[in-house]
Design a protein around this ligand. Sequence first.
Ligand code: HEM
Length: 425
Amino acid sequence: MEELKTATGPLHARLEATPFFPALAAGQLALESYVGQLRALAVIHSVLENALTGCTDERVTAVWQPDMRKFPLLQEDLRYFEPRAVADLKEAAEIALQTAEHLRLRAIGQPLALLGSMYVLEGSTLGAAVVRPLVARAFLLAGDDGLAYLRPYGDHAPARWSAFRERMNALTLGAEDRARIVAEAVDFFGRLETLFIALHPFSPDSRTFLVTSINPEAGRHAVTADPREMEAAIRAGDRCWARYPYFEQRYGERGRRFTRSDGAWQATLVHYEPAQISQQVKWLGRVLAGRGMPSVLLEEHLEMVSDELTAAIPAGKAGYEKLRAAAAELRAARRRRLNDDHLSALATEFDRMAGPEWSTRLPHTGKLLGCAVCDEAEGSPLAVKSLHSWLTDPARFPPNWITAVDATIARAREVAGLHPTRVSE
Ligand code: HEM
């Protein structure tokens, strides 16, 4: 730890001297810069913390503890700022994505080096005590609002830092390993410096809307640049989320973020020809179906996005209707296997077998199962399996529910004229 401190001390000084921090102290930092910082750190923390959680290098796992995760705190703060619809800063977001990519590569090739980045971010919890009142004052934040990341360990930051130091110093490391960790910490400080330089001051041309602002884990894909469309897409995502509690119960908050970012991507499709939209939507439908989300969810989501976009910008109706047309294609493919009467009969019978308590907790399950059977028949080989594995976990569901799941799949296959027992094969 002494080696790390000595090697990075000058870089810490340089980082603190970037114009971002004096502007913050003077109450002159733009909200875009501050929120941009939270978004960039969310991208970086999510990748680093996933890499650390999956790391098998014993020296890394001896230091990393799951309660050091700060991604959830960043999410909390970002949720607080969400209603203010703050624009993204292109360059800063790009630096965050590059840093995330670098960390992913390190996790594969040199996992030990991750200790260097972990050191830098963990050390920043000490500076957080200084930065926190400045942020509260600059953005008129009351109480703990929007400040979770800057107080990760409550009053225990110094004690947590001592414990972290001890775990680091207890490692047995050769000179080469130590040099690797130090080099990584130096590199990481350098990346943060370029990030903070990009965050403030920024040119008006840097302002944009990027997918990482609504979903730090979504990578680089396109989203609409129109704030009205972005808000409409978010509303549609939340509606779809509310209609199917399955999303929340299976995928948690992460799923909600993906529902929103997918909607913001869908809004960009309206600029393409119908044939291209259809191809993209079918591709996404297959990807999602294979991950436990039958394509009926995408179908309904597309319709909700189309409705919300039209309500927000009526003049764009003709373009937004293209999303409805893509949804209709998905529906037609599904109906070739099971019509709406079949599906509603499957849903009713499922609820009867599962009983009122469970069918209220997880409504539409019979319908989702029927639709997964259709997806499988339409070329998504994992559609049933990926849903079945979660819905039949005995740790989660009672025996009669599991029986109802198996019976519904068998019945759906039978009605659709398919082999009835493929799941258990
Ligand atoms: C993103 C920005 C920052 C990062 C990544 C960062 C990183 C670090 C690191 C790695 C340490 C541990 C040094 C050691 O090994 O003992 C540290 C300590 C500290 N930092 Fe920062 N820091 C940041 C910003 C700031 C700012 C803006 C301030 C104050 C204005 C600050 C004040 C401190 C203080 C007071 C310590 C404790 C020094 C000690 O007790 O020895 N930091 N920081």
